[in-house]
Design a binder for this molecule. Sequence first.
Ligand code: 6PG
Length: 224
Amino acid sequence: MSEWRRFTDRGALDRALAQHVCARLKDDIDAVGEASLAVSGGNTPRQLFRLLSNLALDWSRVTITLVDERQVSPDSTDSNERLVRENLLQNQAGSATFIGLHSDNADALPELARRVAAIPRPFSVVILGMGADGHTASWFPCASNLHTLLDPDNPAELASSDPVTAAHQRTTLTLAAVLRSREIIVHICGEEKAAVLTEATARRYPIAALLEQDNTPVSIWWAP
Ligand code: 6PG
């Protein structure tokens, strides 16, 4: 069962979510001396990243990675790594360790997977967005390997995927990897995405795989 957290506006949502993520990272640093955070790209998280980057934390004990990445140059405006470097790895959070998922070809996947496997687990928090087609991460409805991406018993933590309905080949964490976390947050805005998420299970959207599992708690943070 996923809990909804509804806010009156996006500013209130992003301020509350930044504080919540910071507190979860601090909990793990206090408990085990380290923390890890996996974030998504897209437009929704930009302001959240900026707010989070300014919060006081022992960021040198935090490892940040991406849930997914487009196979573009890290200086491309479509690069999730660029989004994170310009908005999150700044200010207080500048001392965090970042593990990117950029690769020029699928041959780099094993090396990327080794880097991801070395990230402290379970992730303290995984932050996911969602598209209007019900995709999250790079688990797109028309991806030929969607079944594998969503197999909770898949031993692979990282995979390539072709969205078909969106630009760029992708590198993405699998559902199995995302579930190795203490908490999953779905960060969405707007009435359309609220409706899509509400219908996700009935319409068999990819994000339904998250909503139907009971391995890891999922909360939905939404504003109009
Ligand atoms: C990506 C993201 C993707 C994103 C959704 C929502 O690389 O595009 O990881 O899963 O979260 O597409 O994107 P918006 O926030 O731009 O709507």
